[in-house]
Design a protein around this ligand. Structure first.
Ligand code: NDP
Length: 340
């Protein structure tokens, strides 16, 4: 590729998600390439760069941002670092796609959005499930009235955290560990997207069964109400090997069943069940991450919005933080969004 004519990305974080999904998702965009990677350890940055064929490797955010070939940044460090790193990227006048959860506090996430607005750069949140053909199809069908008035949703997202990820998520509260900020935040974003509705209130109960330490949770069940009246239940865990994943929407005249759809892979199926019986709804699977990056690249060029905007990232974080508080206090949490 002629790099003079194309957009260079800088990766902040030599992470698993960058290695397994995002480098390929960026490279799938015509006119985009990965110019640099940054790690807190130069050696890890060098290894990541050489294994992934990335030209430059840096040990600090400042060094990466000083690279004139880096025009767009993707952040996938541990969760407590996203705040200061997005602020730095905005100050350098570069566009930023940030991992979820955006931050550990609503105020910080809002400050990130405001810094990007002030700098005139695009900020987006990497909530991948919005890009799944299955979830998009369920959203479309609900909007078309395929299940009548939606009444309930059920989310099945209890999985087993693979050994190579059994690190900070389980024992570093200060890094934003725990299943709620890791998985529940995605569920809430998916429900907000599919129902086209905002959270009103939540209750929840968490579990620290076997993996999580330091007061963190490795399982949760929560119930939440949306402003269209839908009541949703979620079940998330790091500790469950054989449950399978799914999502269901039950309305007055029909039900949508998404099987094997709470996943990073372009897989799963959607069933519509109503008075006519049960049928599989065809979906055209595509990479969730490549589609998300494509929407972000379009937004950078002034064409449309990212799949999950910065504001979506804030609202989904606020919902997840409310689940954390509901579990801690045992009390119902009303959702209050501060002005962004
Ligand atoms: P990792 O644990 O793989 O990486 C997080 C950080 O840990 C890296 O930035 C790196 O720091 C450090 N690290 C990685 N490998 C090692 C190692 N072998 N030894 C020491 N340190 C290491 O996390 P994930 O990739 O799972 O998650 C990163 C972010 O992405 C999180 O915010 C998470 O919530 C989000 N995420 C989002 C997903 C999505 O689908 N949207 C899916 C998975 C994660 P350094 O950069 O300093 O080297």
């Amino acid at each position: 590729m002629n790099h003079e004519m194309s957009t260079g990305w800088g990766l902040i974080g030599a992470s698993t998600i960058a290695r397994q999904h995002m480098v390929d998702a960026i490279r799938a965009q015509s006119g985009h390439y990965v110019q640099a990677v940054m790690s807190s350890k130069q050696e890890r940055a060098d290894t990541f760069a050489s294994e992934c064929g990335i030209p430059a490797a840096y040990e600090s955010v400042d060094a990466l941002l000083a690279d004139p070939k880096v025009q767009v940044v993707y952040i996938s460090t541990t969760n407590e670092l996203h705040f200061e790193q997005v602020i730095a990227v905005a100050a350098a006048g570069k566009h930023v796609l940030c991992e979820k959860p955006l931050a550990l506090r609503q105020e910080d996430a809002i400050a990130m959005v405001q810094a990007c607005r002030k700098a005139g750069v695009v900020m987006a949140t990497n909530h991948h499930l919005r890009n799944a053909a299955t979830h998009r199809k369920m959203r479309e069908l609900i909007q078309q009235g395929a299940i009548g008035k939606p009444l309930f949703a059920r989310v099945f997202h209890a999985v087993f955290l693979p050994p190579h990820l059994q690190g900070w998520r389980l024992d570093k509260p200060q890094a934003g560990g725990g299943v709620i900020l890791d998985i529940t935040v995605h569920d809430i974003d998916t429900l907000r997207f599919t129902l086209n509705s905002e959270l009103v209130e939540v209750v929840g109960m968490s579990q620290s069964a076997s993996m999580a330490k330091e007061g963190l949770e490795d399982g949760v069940m929560a119930v939440m109400r949306f402003d269209n009246g839908v009541v949703a239940q979620i079940h998330d865990a790091f500790t469950v090997k054989h449950a399978g994943t799914g999502i269901e929407y039950h309305g007055e005249s029909g039900s949508l069943i998404g099987r094997n759809v709470m996943t990073q892979q372009p897989i799963g199926e959607v069933l519509l069940r109503n008075a006519d019986g049960e049928h599989v709804v065809p979906v055209a699977h595509e990479s969730l991450y490549a589609r998300g990056v494509a929407a972000f690249c379009d937004a950078v060029k002034g064409r449309g919005e990212p799949a999950a905007t910065a504001e979506d990232g804030v609202k989904s974080l606020v919902g997840a933080l409310a689940v954390v508080n509901a579990c801690k206090t045992g009390a119902r949490q009303a959702i209050t969004y501060q002005t962004i």
